[in-house]
Design a protein around this ligand. Structure first.
Ligand SMILES: *[C@@H]1O[C@H](CO)[C@@H](O)[C@H](O)[C@H]1NC(C)=O
Ligand SMILES: *[C@@H]1O[C@H](CO)[C@@H](O)[C@H](O)[C@H]1NC(C)=O
Length: 214
């Protein structure tokens, strides 16, 4: 009899621990080791890096101003201070970006994460903050109330399936078709001014940046 009860409680315990370990976006993915050489910084070309970026207590802080210059003298793009994941450009497979991000109240009209490269257009995917809302480009709403808190962002790009899926704090918040297989696609995070409705000062912080693949 006691043996039966022991088995019974073991089974209940196993079920309870199973419930606690709910699904995570990184389940089934392999961590890709990163070194400093995988982090390339892009910033206004005429401004020293230390005036737009600091790395402190494990966090990358990136900021940019609306009237800053582009990242090089021949570009006509909007100003940016961004980390470009380098050395892991992809054109197939299933890739995942993970990072803990923080956007201060006041930063608006800023792309905080993107997948650069696509068959059609310059980018596959862009996540922007407007007035505390997180949007896909300037359109679809992915999340609200994003100011002044750390959040965990996971972005999965299934190139073969043609989809991009976004998780905030482990919960799926948005999914879309990608824009076709580009040669050399890569993840970025930081601040990149949107075409319109931008605040003068834009900032985001990032820590625990990881890349996974299947
Ligand atoms: C941002 O700051 C402004 C001015 O202090 C305040 O009125 C507003 O409620 C804040 N917004 C959020 C989303 O915290
Ligand atoms: C900028 O904001 C205005 C007013 O909210 C809106 O009508 C317009 O579509 C926005 N432009 C872009 C490019 O987001």
């Amino acid at each position: 009899m006691s043996y039966f009860y022991m088995l019974f409680f073991l089974a209940i315990g196993a079920l309870m621990s199973f419930n606690r370990c709910h699904a995570d976006p990184t389940d089934g993915f392999c961590l890709v080791p990163l070194t400093e050489s995988n982090f390339e910084l892009q910033k206004p070309y005429d401004t020293p890096l230390d005036q737009r970026y600091i790395y402190k207590n494990g966090a990358h802080k990136l900021w940019v101003y609306a009237d800053d210059k582009p990242h090089n003298s021949y570009s006509h793009t909007q100003p940016r201070t961004e980390i470009r994941i380098k050395g892991l450009d992809y054109s197939s497979g299933v890739w995942q970006f993970e990072g803990c991000g923080f956007v201060p109240n006041g930063t608006s009209g800023a792309t905080i994460a993107q997948i650069h490269g696509a068959a059609h257009g310059a980018t596959t995917f862009i996540l922007r903050i407007y007035d505390g809302d997180m949007r896909y480009y300037s359109r679809d709403l992915a999340a609200t109330g994003m100011y002044d808190k750390w959040f965990r962002l996971n972005v999965i790009h299934d190139v073969d399936g043609g989809t991009v899926t976004v998780y905030i704090d482990g919960v799926q918040r948005f999914s879309t078709m990608d824009k076709g297989r580009g040669n050399g696609m890569y993840f970025k995070c930081g601040v990149y001014a949107a075409p319109a409705n931008i605040s003068y000062y834009m900032e985001s912080m990032w820590r625990d940046i990881k890349i996974y693949k299947k």
